[in-house]
Design a protein around this ligand. Sequence first.
Ligand code: PLP
Length: 382
Amino acid sequence: MDVNADLSVEYRHRFPIFEHTTYINSCSAGALADTVKKSYDTYLSTMELEGSAWGSWIERQEIVRVLLAQLFKVTPAEIAVTTSATAGVNAIISALDFTKGRNKIVTTEHEFPTIGQIMHAQEGRGAKVFHVAADSENIFDIDSFARAIDDETALVSLTQVCFRNGSLTDLEPIIEIAHRHGALVLIDVYQGVGSIPFDLSVSKADFVVGGALKYLLGAPGAGFLFARQSTTANLLPSVTGWFAARDIFEMNIHSYDPALDARRFEAGTPSVPSLYPTAAGLEIVLEIGVERIRQYVSGLHEALREGIIAMGGRVVTPKSWHGAMLAVASNDEFAHVAALEGERVITSNRDGCVRISPHFYNNMDDIEKTLAALHKHSNLLA
Ligand SMILES: Cc1ncc(COP(=O)(O)O)c(C=O)c1O
């Protein structure tokens, strides 16, 4: 296997959008692959052929669970298939009691709104929320976590890659500090999963949440949650439902009898139409391997960075700690994204920046077209 191979040569033809568009926005949504598109038909055919195809649908949920377990190098019993990252976080947080000594949640300034909002919603349940800030380069000083985390900390909630600036968090030293104080650690990997290897047989994270829509090439409506059996088995979510029951089809209405494994963090009927494309997307990512994706995309990311700096742009994504996405400062982020779209270069914006996020299907031609479009509208660079 040539680890330096141009992955786009092998895979790009399977993504029809590249016939007419420079799509470089996987931090928002992955491009549609041929097999992912076809999988929607597979779902519809279950309805045409079987009507209420519960057997096939549940089987597809289990396929997704197994593929996710492969991706993270854990057992399927430690994976819950959810309908969003948000649903996973809500199930986890509902299992924590903030009134019995540990009432502190330590999180960061790099979180996605759903994390910040859910954590602050726990203030009504007795929690106190502390945010750790990054430095002016968008990198965290590990000592600031050492100062924030103490023996009253119940949960440390970290994002792997910041959705605003692309900064990558050095997770393991923070996880170690949290564990030294007896706190659990939740990682939101949504902006990293599928583009940054995350081996949960090595990492010590207790919980991981994310979704399928971005670098995993799947669909909205499908998310996942990892719950480490050795550290979280005693936690029982109160945000729950029949698909979290030990025996789903027992139809028990007189007691709460959740599954013993991570499935207890699931809730109602799975988002079945989303499971088909999610399985198809995961199959592509696993076939290539996330290590190869990371290596290949890093080259595109660096070329983008050099080109932007050469034209006088300011990249806010740290050079040493970053995901696939690169954020460039803009003086009008909405006009900027619209101007690039006018050149048929699709990006997105957040927090005063244009986000440019290559994946394995992008190539150097895309980088050159993106740089040319940025150069043409360089009056919008901040
Ligand atoms: C880092 C991160 N976390 C969480 C979310 C929210 O995911 P969901 O809508 O599946 O809850 C997103 C969505 O873009 C995200 O980028």
